[in-house]
Design a protein around this ligand. Structure first.
Ligand code: GAR
Length: 207
């Protein structure tokens, strides 16, 4: 479609959040966005298979094989620039991006985090660890947050949040699934559309 914003989704694992974005696209709920690229930081991520099935160009920037953060980010940057990417979505992407990198994309990188920020977030809080921490603290409500990425891990402006109840007998795995189903998979595609629509509107206003 004309004037769609070119989006890259960065992944490291199963890619259920990527799938939610693909499903939203297929349901016509992402008219402002073109899913132009998927990049995985791991060669064995199932998310790559999801991208392939959905017909989205996919690439690997192998974090381990590339060694240091600078080489990894240079590879990533080249892939994004080659594809003319304007918006980057971190969807289960398990690498913290450097200050230098995020400064290149102000208010153009989104992240989904599986808690209600500012609880259970920042360096060391990722994946199941977040849910383990929520359960051991004994909170009764958790949720998910979509936010812009800045130089502070999980510290950027909040775009959307949704609360999810913790039930008696929850394990980290059960809670993770509920937070994904009730919050992450709902919020993330909506936020992608909202941010891309705003960019489209800014373009329309600029002669
Ligand atoms: C999701 O729960 C996501 O919120 C979390 O990892 C999971 C990835 O699942 N991300 C973080 O913890 C980032 N700090 P997915 O690969 O199935 O989308």
């Amino acid at each position: 479609m004309v004037n769609q914003v070119r989006v890259a989704v960065l992944v490291s694992g199963g890619g259920t959040n990527l799938q939610a974005i693909i499903d939203a696209r297929d349901a016509g709920q992402l008219p402002a966005a073109e899913l132009a690229l998927v990049v995985s930081s791991r060669p064995d991520a199932f998310a790559l298979e999801r991208a392939c099935r959905a017909g989205i160009p996919a690439a690997v920037a192998d974090r381990k094989a590339l060694g240091d953060q600078a080489a990894f980010e240079q590879t990533l940057l080249s892939l994004l620039q080659e594809q003319g990417i304007e918006v980057i979505v971190l969807a289960g992407f398990m690498t913290i991006l450097s200050e230098d990198f995020v400064r290149r994309y102000p208010r153009r990188i989104l992240n989904v985090h599986p808690s209600l920020i500012p609880s259970f977030c920042g360096a060391g809080y990722y994946g199941l660890k977040v849910h383990e921490a929520a359960l051991s603290r004994g909170v009764k409500v958790t949720g998910a947050t979509v936010h812009f990425v800045n130089e502070i891990p999980d510290g950027g402006e909040i775009i959307a949040q949704k609360a999810v109840a913790i039930e008696p007998g929850d394990t980290p795995e059960i809670l993770q699934k509920r937070v994904m189903q009730q919050a992450e998979w709902v919020l993330l595609p909506q936020a992608v559309q909202t941010v891309c629509r705003e960019i489209q509107q800014q373009r329309e206003e600029t002669p």
